[in-house]
Design a protein around this ligand. Sequence first.
Ligand SMILES: *[C@@H]1O[C@H](CO)[C@@H](O)[C@H](O)[C@H]1NC(C)=O
Length: 129
Amino acid sequence: MALASAVLAQDLFIASPPPYTILAAGSQVTVQLVEKSPHNRADVSIGIQYCKSESECPDVLQDLGQILYTGPYTPGHHEDADYAYQNMTVTIPSTWHSGLAQLGAVVIWGFGDGQDDAARVILNVVSSK
Ligand SMILES: *[C@@H]1O[C@H](CO)[C@@H](O)[C@H](O)[C@H]1NC(C)=O
């Protein structure tokens, strides 16, 4: 059971921005969310949350943090990638403090289409002040 959910979780991942990308508070970033085996209908929410350390970030499924994006998730096939993905542009809040932050995405599949899926990437946000 644990193995099955671990494999399932890896089906969804954030291909961009790469881990530890340095971003200024208030700047925009394109989130490339890949799903290896997309289902039919889904909604996605993307949030940002402070991390205590590299190994201590909140569980994305428990706490998405400040929501930056909510909308339909309809990944498509593009020539530059092996798997279907969708790009979403989000803005890092301008008041965000410097430090490690977790950008998390939760995909909620349509009724009966499987359990929620989550992915995350750790970013290095630099305060604009
Ligand atoms: C999605 O975003 C990535 C990273 O910014 C970019 O390289 C790629 O061309 C974009 N794809 C589409 C279809 O816009």
